[in-house]
Design a protein around this ligand. Structure first.
Ligand code: PGA
Length: 252
């Protein structure tokens, strides 16, 4: 971490009804006054409205877990970027490994979502990460660079604030196995180098790269001590204030 403002993001996945989500968002907001980091929660679509209301006066940004890359039309069951913006959503998580591997989303489709997010004024949080067998075969960077190259194909990023990248090794998500800070830093450093080559050094220096995969209160400090780790994308440990607040308040 350097001069970049840390971002601690809770990905609530398919959990919490609207009322419970609003309560949790409020507890997180009240428990993290002036923690010196930016805090984001990404509830399921059905809870966005209630959470937006609950955090209106609190220092919490709203995130969404997905969008569909079209402005409007006959796409039953889908949600557009404009609909999310309308609810006060600021960030949108795209290319999460669960969407890649359970829903079968391709890099091309994710790329279209990144473009749609930008067009709607949302900041994409583009996720990348290798599976265990890919790591064991020495293909980690190859996999990540392909995901980034294709996910950002023809996408311009005017300022560092306009993109967040999340490195989430698939083998560490929901498994309790965190990448060691050294393993994560190695990949984060390479992602930053890749961004410098693809865009430019200044942009790469300012883009936040989050780590995700079994982040908890007990390991967040060591992760955040690494130069290129600028925050966390947290699943399981973001589902209660007791577990999430120590992450959000890791500096206090
Ligand atoms: P986890 O999930 O913290 O439960 O491992 C992280 C994520 O999927 O974003």
């Amino acid at each position: 971490m350097s001069e970049r403002l840390a971002l601690m993001a809770g990905n609530w996945k398919m959990n919490l009804t609207a009322g419970r989500a609003a309560e949790l968002a409020e507890s997180v907001g009240r428990g993290s006054p002036d923690s010196g980091v930016e805090v984001m929660v990404a509830p399921p679509f059905t809870a966005l409205s209630a959470v937006a209301e609950a955090v209106r006066e609190l220092p919490i940004k709203l995130g969404a877990q997905n969008l569909y890359p079209a402005k409007e039309g006959a796409f039953t069951g889908e949600i557009s970027g404009a609909m999310l913006r309308d609810l006060g959503v600021v960030y949108v998580i795209l290319g999460h490994s669960e969407r890649r591997h359970i829903m079968g989303e391709s890099d091309d489709f994710i790329r279209d979502k990144v473009a749609a997010a930008q067009e709607s004024g949302l900041i994409p949080v583009l996720c990348c990460g290798e599976k265990l067998e890919e790591r064991e075969a020495g293909q980690t960077m190859e996999v990540i660079e392909t995901q980034l190259e294709q996910g950002l194909k023809d996408i311009s990023v005017p300022a560092p604030r306009d993109l967040v990248v999340a490195y989430e090794p698939v083998w560490a998500i929901g498994t309790g196995k965190t990448a060691t800070p050294e393993i994560a830093q190695e990949v984060h450093g390479k992602i930053r180098d890749w961004l410098a080559g693809r865009y430019n050094k200044d942009l790469a220096k300012g883009v936040r790269i989050l780590y995700g995969g079994s982040v908890k209160g007990s390991n967040v400090k060591a992760l955040m001590a690494e130069t290129d780790i600028d925050g966390a994308l947290v699943g399981g440990a973001s589902l209660s204030a007791e577990a999430f607040l120590p992450i959000v308040n890791y500096r206090l």
